[in-house]
Design a protein around this ligand. Structure first.
Ligand code: PXP
Length: 251
């Protein structure tokens, strides 16, 4: 897409794999879901290969890489095992996330400040292979500054606290969390980072985030896969696309 105002939609297909794994067979296939999302207008596919392989598995990454015509964004923890896997498959983008086995989903942003030197070294070989590196972080200005210093090309801002505030009807918290996202997005942009956002977004919460014109990409998973039960995945992706376009009309 040539338009600089365009907001990309990355569809996270992890939870198709969660349903598949519940029965231990091959259905539903996350790669088939990724191809449907592509057909419906997704600009990229995101998959999180967790240490415990609770949803996406190694073979899924290989098949996604072989079959997709749109970029693959591999989410992973900054471990040496994941670095080897990423170097083998060479995804278009890598989003580094913190990972705890007990968590239900990625709960907090990466602590870049606390491991700046380690992360700087960690991403070098991945950058050398041509992968764009993104850090999934909260809105703390120190984490954003450290992300630029560590050499990331992108930061993905954690929208979870904002979405939670909406879900719980906490209007003041919602306004404050949105303000923090906007401030963080502009700080990152001024430091030369590309800005993405994601976590917990749905048809409602996506609107204010999509309206922040400095943000280039949203990554959305759980809600879309859940919605697909009722409307089908293509319809869910198209409706999300429409909500994003209404919030940020393409110029
Ligand atoms: N971005 C990152 C870095 C994530 O870890 C996740 C969850 O896997 C998402 C986006 C998507 O969040 P959700 O599934 O809540 O839409």
């Amino acid at each position: 897409m040539v338009n600089s105002n365009y907001l990309r939609l990355g569809v996270n297909i992890d939870h198709v794999a969660t349903v598949r794994n519940a029965r231990g067979h091959d259905h539903p296939d996350p790669v088939d879901a990724a191809l449907l999302a592509e057909k419906a207008g997704a600009d990229g596919i995101t998959a999180h290969l967790r240490e415990d392989r609770r949803h996406i598995r190694d073979r899924d990454i290989a098949r996604l890489k072989d079959n997709l015509n749109i970029p693959l964004n591999l989410e992973m923890a900054a471990t040496s095992e994941m670095q080897q896997i990423a170097l083998k498959h060479n995804p278009h983008a890598i989003c580094l996330v913190p990972e705890r086995r007990q968590e239900r989903t990625t709960e907090a942003g990466l602590n870049v400040v606390g491991q700046l030197t380690v992360l700087r070294e960690y991403i070098k070989p991945l950058n050398d292979k041509g992968c764009r590196i993104s850090f999934f972080i909260g809105t703390d200005p120190n984490q954003i500054k450290a992300s630029a210093e560590a050499g990331a090309q992108v930061v993905e801002i954690h929208t979870g606290p904002y979405c939670e505030a909406i879900n719980e009807g906490l209007d003041n918290v919602q306004a404050e969390e949105l303000r923090k996202i906007i401030t963080a997005a502009y700080q990152a942009h001024e430091l030369g980072l590309e800005v993405h956002a994601g976590h917990g977004l749905n048809f409602q919460s996506v609107r204010e985030v999509a309206a922040i014109d400095i943000i280039k990409e949203l990554n959305i998973g759980h809600f879309l896969i859940g919605e697909a039960i009722f409307t089908g995945l293509q319809e869910a992706v198209k409706t999300m696309r429409q909500a994003m376009d209404e919030a940020r009309p393409v110029q």
